[in-house]
Design a protein around this ligand. Structure first.
Ligand code: SAM
Length: 308
């Protein structure tokens, strides 16, 4: 696990000296990083994911590396690409994208290659996973100057950005008004796989409240289980604002629910709990025929029903 520091050597050394967080250097691949060449090398609980490796990374054979844990959470490439397109439609004044849970780089690579952002700040607290992400970004030809990798805790980063930005290396001090945040947290917790409707209050290790509290002053995008309770998401809408919720589908089945949430307006009375909006079933998907990615949205009170 990471230590909240900006690099393996620690911010007291080199360029990160004196800062609580600084861009990470290129981290070495470790014994926990693997490029499996065949099913016989793959632990049994990952074999299902390994079978889908080209949907996850189409360039897998070029030498993509993952930790065993990363297989469970990586965003499949067609979905990462579509999210990058959709986030690219943000207001032009948004120029920086923060990826709060970079993982093995699935989303970070798509954001960096989209050409839409001046820079992507990609945060990952596990050194081996971050090393995989850096390696995979190189395989995909990401310009190293496009991504500031951070080895640390994204909640600590956001807290520092909001409350004591001087603690951050200058490259990590961004204007929150011109920044959007993407968050694909771990989806642990009881019932994520089995419940018809997943209670986002019980998501572990970070529940919806914790995520929202950390993100609410910025436009942010949450990548959530497909069965997430959409009423809980709808309640996050700042006063007078709408949230767009999109189901991202592959082969006719939803892989994730993604919520596009505007920043809290500091002058509004957004802190007052809103009435629970009526909600329609968000789980409909468009068809079984499969272009690489399909999207479907569900209209709700407070949620935009538009599909781009
Ligand atoms: C679901 S995965 C992200 C997958 C990523 N979007 C991808 O496509 O590869 C979640 C990642 O968040 C990391 N993580 C967990 N807590 C974190 C924290 N507080 N700050 C930064 N990273 C964290 C985990 O190590 C894990 O790699």
């Amino acid at each position: 696990m990471g230590n909240g520091m900006g690099s393996e050597r620690g911010p007291e050394d080199g360029e990160g000296a004196g800062y609580s967080m600084a861009p990470a250097e290129r981290l070495p691949l470790t014994d926990d990083c693997h490029h499996y060449g065949g099913k016989d090398q793959v632990p049994w609980d990952i074999q299902k994911y390994f079978a889908q490796r080209y949907s996850v990374f189409s360039w897998y054979d070029e030498g993509v590396y993952l930790t065993d844990d990363a297989w469970f959470g990586v965003t499949p490439e067609p979905i990462a690409n579509q999210i990058a397109v959709d986030m690219g439609a943000a207001d032009e004044k948004k120029t920086i994208l923060v990826d709060a849970f970079a993982g093995a780089g699935g989303n970070t690579i798509a954001f960096a290659l989209s050409g839409r952002w001046q820079r992507v700040i990609a945060i990952e607290r596990d050194a081996s996973t971050l090393a995989c992400a850096q390696h995979n970004a190189q395989i995909y030809g990401v310009d190293p100057s496009m991504v500031s990798w951070v080895h640390g805790d994204s909640f600590e980063y956001l807290d520092a950005l909001a409350n004591h930005p001087g603690a951050l290396h200058p490259d990590l001090r961004v204007d929150m008004d011109t920044t959007v945040l993407f968050s694909s947290p771990p989806w642990g917790g009881p019932g994520y796989r089995s419940d018809e409707i997943f209670d986002l209050h019980s998501m572990q290790p970070y529940n919806l409240e914790q995520l929202h509290k950390s993100y609410e002053s910025m436009d942010h995008v949450l990548y959530l289980p497909r069965t997430s309770n959409i009423r809980q998401v709808a309640r996050l809408a700042p006063a007078g604002c709408k949230i767009e919720v999109v189901q991202y589908c592959m082969q006719g089945a939803s892989k994730a629910m993604v919520a596009y949430i505007p920043a809290r307006n500091p002058t509004s009375r957004e802190d007052e709990p809103g009435e629970e909006p009526p909600v329609e079933d968000p789980m409909s998907t468009d068809s079984d025929s499969s272009p690489s990615v399909q999207k479907s949205t569900a209209p709700t009170n407070g949620l935009d029903s538009s599909v781009s």
